[in-house]
Design a protein around this ligand. Structure first.
Ligand SMILES: *[C@@H]1O[C@H](CO)[C@@H](O)[C@H](O)[C@H]1NC(C)=O
Ligand SMILES: *[C@@H]1O[C@H](CO)[C@@H](O)[C@H](O)[C@H]1NC(C)=O
Ligand SMILES: *[C@@H]1O[C@H](CO)[C@@H](O)[C@H](O)[C@H]1NC(C)=O
Ligand SMILES: *[C@@H]1O[C@H](CO)[C@@H](O)[C@H](O)[C@H]1NC(C)=O
Length: 351
């Protein structure tokens, strides 16, 4: 027993010495967290590992980018955190399907999504002004009925239409006092005549041949004509006891004679006056025509200087504007430059 006891004692001493020697060699002892912990720091395991090292006192120290000592520091660290994916290596996020970006927060939109965005993978949520599955259809406000909507809010008008929403028609080019309900229309405003609404409608009753107007409702007389409706001829200036059938006539009333009908007929037994006009003719002037009546006077008038221009009827609201007036003067000059016979035939420029 003593020998046995001494043997045992010797063995224990040797073990103690060995342990002491070991301890003195490492100087600091291993810190035992659990059984395997120590294993992590033995040479075989430390070699070829890239995730951790061990301190002299046996503590595992994970290398930068790695964590979780209980798993040999094999858990990578991602900063920032991977939102829609797994952190598979230090600062490497492996994203779930449909996500990308450093932290897997960017979604992949629907393929061909043109003007949209996603908050989850494969969505196509349209930006303002766009619509459609792929957000490729622009939205134009209020229709754009007569145009093509090419970009949001921009309505490119079809021919004949204008305006921001292409809802305003374009009148025919010559249309002056008219409007349109569709392109090329010229619907006249009150007082103007189709097709181009340039011609005004003269006052009701105004003689179509001897009256004219520049503005609706007016009635201006052509040279040689007068009266509210311009249907009464003017007698030759100075005509005293005569009348007219055509402008500048001076047809003498019964009992008068002379160029201005200012001479009384001296009735003789022969019933012939000094000018050769027979009393019978004068009593029935219209049946005979003007050439049979007062012929000398008319011939003389045709060669006399032109008579003064007539003035418009006093009932007119306002005189023509300067441009209109000058145009009228020109017209009248032209008219008066024509022969007297042209004028009395009413051969006016049609308007
Ligand atoms: C082991 O060493 C580390 C640093 O090297 C220290 O933080 C830790 O406290 C030490 N542990 C013990 C038990 O001494
Ligand atoms: C992320 O990890 C989970 C759990 O292990 C797994 O189900 C999933 O497929 C992984 N995702 C990727 C993108 O690897
Ligand atoms: C949506 O689009 C904006 C820019 O247009 C972008 O900044 C944002 O990241 C996008 N959102 C998503 C979830 O992709
Ligand atoms: C214009 O007046 C003349 C002379 O009074 C008359 O003969 C003619 O018929 C009138 N024309 C029209 C269209 O009223």
């Amino acid at each position: 027993m003593a020998a046995n006891g001494s043997n045992v004692m010797l063995a224990l001493s040797v073990l103690t010495l060995f342990l002491l020697a070991n301890v003195s060699e490492c100087r600091t002892p291993f810190t035992l967290i659990n059984g395997w912990y120590k294993t992590a720091c033995i040479a075989e395991n430390l070699r070829g590992n890239k995730n951790y090292m061990c301190s002299r006192n046996g503590s595992m120290i994970c290398l930068p980018g790695w964590t979780d000592e209980y798993k040999y520091c094999t858990t990578p660290i991602c900063d920032p955190h991977c939102v829609n994916g797994n952190c598979t290596a230090p600062n490497v996020c492996t994203c779930d399907v449909g996500w990308y970006g450093a932290d897997c927060t960017r979604c992949v939109p629907l393929p061909n999504c043109q003007n949209g965005n996603c908050s989850n993978p494969f969505e196509c949520n349209c930006d303002n002004g766009w619509t459609g599955m792929f957000c490729d259809k622009p939205i134009c406000k209020e229709g754009c009925v007569h145009g093509t909507c090419s970009i949001p809010g921009r309505c490119n008008c079809h021919p004949g239409w204008t305006g921001e929403n292409c809802d305003i028609c374009i009148r025919s080019p010559d249309c002056v006092n008219g409007y349109c309900e569709k392109p090329m229309d010229c619907i006249c405003e009150p007082g103007y005549l189709p097709p181009d609404c340039k011609r005004p409608i003269c006052r009701d009753g105004c003689n179509a041949t001897y009256g004219f107007c520049k503005n609706p409702g007016e009635c201006w007389c052509r040279p040689g004509w007068q009266g509210v409706n311009c249907d009464q001829c003017q007698t030759y200036e100075g005509c005293q006891n005569g009348f007219c059938i055509n402008p500048w006539d001076c047809l003498c009333e019964t009992g008068f004679t002379g160029m201005l009908c200012d001479q009384r007929v001296v009735v003789t037994n022969n019933a012939i006056n000094s000018n050769g006009n027979a009393g019978a003719f004068i009593n029935n002037p219209f049946a005979q025509g003007r050439s049979a009546l007062n012929l000398g006077g008319l011939n003389k008038q045709a060669s006399t200087p032109r008579p003064p221009l007539p003035s418009p009827p006093p009932s007119l609201p306002s005189p023509p504007s300067p441009t209109e007036a000058s145009a009228t003067d020109t017209d009248q000059s032209n008219l008066l430059a024509q022969s007297y016979d042209d004028i009395i035939r009413g051969n006016f420029e049609g308007r």
